[in-house]
Ligand binder design. Sequence first.
Ligand SMILES: [Zn+2]
Length: 222
Amino acid sequence: MNIILPTKNLRTKDFLIKDGILYLRYGQSFQNAIYSLTYFMKGKRFCYYCKKSFPRNEITMDHMYPRSTGGPTIPQNLIPSCKGCNSKKKDMTFEQYQHFLAISSDIGRKMYLAKVSSFKEGIKAIGMFEIPNNWITPVKVNAIHTQIDLSDISEQKLKKAISYYQQHHQFQKAIILDRNFFSLDGLYVLLVAKACEVEYVPAIVLENVEVRQNRNIKISKR
Ligand SMILES: [Zn+2]
């Protein structure tokens, strides 16, 4: 899939966009780059839920499909939100939250939250994510490149991820890859797959994103 990008060529300290491709530096934080890009496109002052303007430090980034059910950090899943709306939305999806807001009574909202939460348990139990199916492609573990820094790996987190896999027969989220299958996010998906000898992992392959392996990004002007 392609992520949403500004149409103009652009260079900032966090990313470079050239001819419709987002170039990232090797080793930089993917999340920071995507947040910076999303704020660039959607603004840093406006809450997309309550439609009000806020000082910069009151704006957070909301995952429309929440991370807890597989929502990825890509621009089409992110919108700036004020702290109040973000915490009120909890782990509802954008649509669930709209539905929630339309309910006027407290008891009605409570019942709706219970329904949403049991729905989420249900989809986890059958090994699904709460994101559009066409975002995900199965990718062979052997085809994925990664830059693993062993000091970044938490034994405890890995154990937890493995036991989640063994319990649900599903990964907690999809791994995010650039167009050359370089891993951008979801390192634990790969580690669990290797530990459990799984051949394919669910992946979100970003066809218009590329990690530059050399430090200096040199793009000649046409
Ligand atoms: Zn708000």
